[in-house]
Design a protein around this ligand. Structure first.
Ligand code: SAM
Length: 247
């Protein structure tokens, strides 16, 4: 059963970002990029200068700027005018730009051409999107060698039986409309249609997900949720990385 949490509009998010400006913004709101997140992303994805990327629902650009600092040519997309404004104020440079776009409702920007991107990221935002549809689009925009990365909050299992239909997640309470997460089952389902999935826990509440090979059935059958194997633990003492491969 889907609990009836209303969708947040761009105006809701504008108000939220306005309230956070500038005090919380400078403290890393909505979500600071930690050294641990950067380190694990670096190890799993190996970002390189010259890579092309899109950061979906980029907010005020905390993560978008991190990608640019690694030399990645990245555009951040968000439907909140205030978020995009704050991102631009934080600094634009060659290879770093922002575009206002409602990912659920508006036409895909012309820059997002099929097979054009090395990397698509979506941090703390998938549960707000029609994520099954968005991931199909992501699979199309990526080069065959491309990678999708998401950071999601892990939410407690609730009455959520129908939430795997790929609509925006509805699993968090009305008290926390701006902090939605996915259940473990929803996180599992994100690998369907991709040949390679890596997940890792950054904390009790945050999970990193790396997907590769969307629809790549010519060489490997698609991932089915529930198939897991473990990678050797890398130094120094990281959280467990769990890799799922297609059968
Ligand atoms: C919790 S914030 C995360 C922001 C950023 N990714 C970060 O890690 O700091 C979620 C973001 O999703 C954006 N968002 C929600 N629904 C959206 C939609 N339909 N299209 C584009 N952006 C959306 C919001 O405006 C907000 O900036």
């Amino acid at each position: 059963m889907i609990t009836n949490v209303p969708r947040l509009t761009s105006a809701d998010w504008d108000s939220w970002y306005t309230a956070s400006w500038p005090t919380l913004y400078t403290a890393g709101w909505p979500s600071l990029v930690t050294d641990k997140e950067a380190e694990y992303f670096h190890r799993a994805v190996r970002p390189r200068p010259g890579m092309t990327a899109a950061d979906l629902a980029c907010g005020n650009g905390q993560w978008t700027r991190q990608l640019a600092a690694w030399g990645v040519k990245v555009t951040g997309y968000d439907f909140s005018a205030e978020a995009v404004r704050q991102a631009a104020v934080a600094g634009l440079q060659d290879g770093l730009s922002y575009t206002q776009w409602n990912i659920n409702a508006e036409t895909i920007p012309a820059a997002l051409l099929p097979g054009s991107l090395d990397l698509v990221t979506c941090r703390h935002a998938l549960p707000f999107l029609e994520y099954a549809r968005a991931l199909t689009d992501v699979g199309r925009w990526l080069k065959p060698s491309g990678t999708f990365y998401a950071l999601v909050r892990v939410a407690a299992d609730q009455d959520n039986d129908d939430a795997d239909d790929g609509a925006a997640a509805q699993n968090d309470s009305d008290q926390e409309p701006f902090h939605r997460g996915f259940t473990e089952a929803q996180i599992d389902s994100l690998g369907i249609g991709w040949t390679h999935r890596t997940t890792y826990r950054l904390s009790a509440h945050n999970c990193g997900i790396v997907l590769r090979g969307y629809g790549d059935t010519a060489t490997t059958p698609r991932h089915t949720a529930g198939e897991t194997s473990r990678l050797p633990a890398p130094p120094p003492t990281p959280p467990a990385i769990e890799e799922t491969r297609a059968r």
